[in-house]
Design a protein around this ligand. Sequence first.
Ligand SMILES: [Zn+2]
Ligand SMILES: [Zn+2]
Length: 281
Amino acid sequence: MSKKFAFHTHSNFCDGKNSLEEMVLAAIDKGLTHYGFSSHAPVPFENRFAIKQECVGEYLQECNRLKQKYEGKIKLFVAMEFDYITDIMEDINAQAEAYNLDYFIASVHMVKAKGAEKMWFIDGGKQEVYDQQLESVFDGDIRKGVETFFCQTNAMIKDAKPNVVGHLDKIKMHNKERYFKQTDAWYEDLMMTTLQTIKSTYGTICEINTRGLYKGRCDDYFPSRQWIKRMAQMQIPVTISTDCHRVEEIDCLFEPTCDMLRSVGYNEIWYFDKHWQTTKI
Ligand SMILES: [Zn+2]
Ligand SMILES: [Zn+2]
């Protein structure tokens, strides 16, 4: 494959460890042809993971400076990963347009029912947080929590029509087959409805996210191989994302993921270069 890319990437503007320029230099070093900056977009509450609202201008400026500086060495693009949160972050399409981004990724990290006050944080490195908040936000009712997660995900896809859906089934990461199994009929129904939603949303691509695997937080991709097989049958467009937060992670599992995709029937994946298009794998 002649193209190697990373379109879901973080930096020290959000919760990443390296500067935008360090990430670019490492990407060039690793032979990437295309690289997109996608730090976490600001959210309207106190937090430690997203770009601060007052730093957005500086972020965009720095991305554009690097774009010009490294022209001819690597193709750079400016994006963000938006949180879609019920009642709180629903107009992300408008925000992405206002920032004049090349593309945007949308993800659910915080699960919130309509009108509810509290949110269930399903990401991060700590299983205790997942367990405790499942208890405090959904009274320990896993099915209610997971249904809310998928309901929020479907609304995100339909309302925001993101270019890329981020780590689709991250809800399973801290579950570790404790509260539910991915083979449970009710879970499978939710997953299939969401895959249908992606399939019927023109222009939306599902990423195959390698982060859980290379961080050792999970024994599968987001989404899991069993869903990737179904996605291949349904011909859902996919791309590969490392969701890197430091230079060492930029291309983690990129090649093995191409092999895996080929083995389930994919012969092309999507990448961005002025617009989203396919390349053979
Ligand atoms: Zn994310
Ligand atoms: Zn991310």
